[in-house]
Design a protein around this ligand. Structure first.
Ligand code: HEC
Ligand code: HEC
Ligand code: HEC
Ligand code: HEC
Length: 249
């Protein structure tokens, strides 16, 4: 159902897009290569009336509202206790999670898990989850705590068993169905909608999708800033090019 809706939207919106932009998700606009054109532009949200000046209870007044970077970053007095977080400003999640554990074929989907050995998310994924697990108000940053937490489909919750695994070292799984970290993956080139999909070399390695510890994180597939490919994706996933970058299928 969702795919049907997306295809319909694609047909309508192609004439509005410039070359280089492609697969659409909600929130993709002409300026989608910037944070301003992405779903991460919160400059118009009522909880984004940031002020370092007067905070009374949970209400903040005065100061400079409508900023784009500030819900996530601050130029000064950032939170140094959070790892992999450049000049981080947003309240940091302390939730506990249920992680994806890997599925053993031929067993029950609820009990037949083999275990990936990952007990908690780490790295930049924790930054994303600080909004996307739904445990913290979106407007909890700097000295304020305004608005409510994320709701709806973009709220992944703390049960991550039904989400693509994250925070596992990629190397541990190479040899089976995965390319090596030095494999140069392909980008989507053309095709689809009745013609076969073709790919073109991206010139980049799988390793460039992994974090400094060689782990898969939310940022292996998404970027926090640009939304040029829709859904904050880091590359066009037509022809499942994103999935095939790592998976040999
Ligand atoms: C919704 C949260 C969010 C917003 C809004 C946001 N960022 Fe980021 N930013 C992140 C996260 C998470 C990272 C770390 C992950 C990464 O590097 O991909 C990051 C990393 C960075 C980095 C270091 C890595 C890099 O990409 O160069 C810079 C610089 C940066 N952001 C600048 C900005 C600026 C400037 C703005 C406003 C125009 C902005 N960000 C808005 C979440 C955000
Ligand atoms: C400051 C809070 C905040 C942070 C931090 C944050 N997000 Fe978001 N994100 C949001 C909100 C709010 C939306 C818009 C949700 C909606 O429209 O329902 C959103 C939208 C998205 C979407 C698009 C959903 C869609 O339907 O198009 C994706 C994907 C996403 N975020 C991934 C990430 C990733 C990955 C990170 C970390 C690199 C991250 N977010 C960090 C608050 C945040
Ligand atoms: C292996 C790749 C991959 C990883 C890792 C990943 N995502 Fe996604 N995510 C996707 C793709 C692809 C989509 C678009 C789904 C679609 O086309 O329907 C998506 C969609 C989303 C959406 C929109 C969901 C909706 O229904 O509106 C959010 C929000 C999101 N991701 C956040 C995250 C966060 C936060 C993390 C880390 C905890 C993460 N993703 C990790 C690939 C990934
Ligand atoms: C950055 C590399 C990377 C990307 C991109 C990626 N994956 Fe994965 N994926 C992994 C790793 C590593 C695992 C864990 C090892 C395994 O189970 O094969 C995994 C696990 C999975 C599993 C679970 C396998 C099991 O046995 O339980 C599925 C299904 C899957 N990925 C599908 C996808 C899809 C669909 C996409 C595209 C939306 C995608 N992956 C994108 C690296 C990636």
């Amino acid at each position: 159902m969702k795919k049907v809706i997306i295809s319909a939207a694609l047909g309508l919106m192609i004439p509005l897009m410039s070359i280089g932009q492609s697969l659409l998700g909600p929130g993709v606009t002409g300026s989608s290569l910037t944070v301003a054109g992405s779903p991460h532009n919160f400059s118009g949200d009522t909880w984004n009336a940031y002020t370092p000046i007067v905070v009374s209870g949970s209400t903040a007044t005065g100061g400079q509202g409508g900023q784009i970077c500030q819900p996530c970053h601050t130029p000064h007095n950032s939170d140094m206790t959070v790892s992999d977080a450049p000049l981080w400003n947003h309240a940091f999640t302390s939730a506990t999670y249920q992680m994806y554990t890997g599925f053993e074929f031929g067993t029950s989907t609820t009990t037949g898990y083999i275990g990936y050995g990952v007990t908690a998310p780490d790295g930049t994924s924790k930054l994303c989850l600080s909004c996307h697990d739904g445990s913290i108000a979106l407007g909890a940053y700097g000295q304020q705590n305004l608005g409510g937490p994320l709701t709806g489909g973009a709220m992944l919750g703390t049960d991550l068993r039904n989400d693509h695994p994250i925070s596992m070292p990629y190397d541990s799984f190479v040899g089976g169905g995965l390319h090596t970290p030095s494999y140069i993956y392909n980008n989507y080139s053309s095709g689809g909608s009745g013609t076969f999909v073709t790919y073109v070399s991206s010139g980049k390695t799988v390793g460039s999708k992994l974090d400094a510890n060689g782990k898969v994180q939310c940022t292996s597939c998404h970027g926090p800033h640009s939304n040029g490919k829709g859904y904050q994706l880091s590359m066009d996933n037509r022809g499942s090019a994103l999935c095939l970058a790592c998976h040999k299928k």
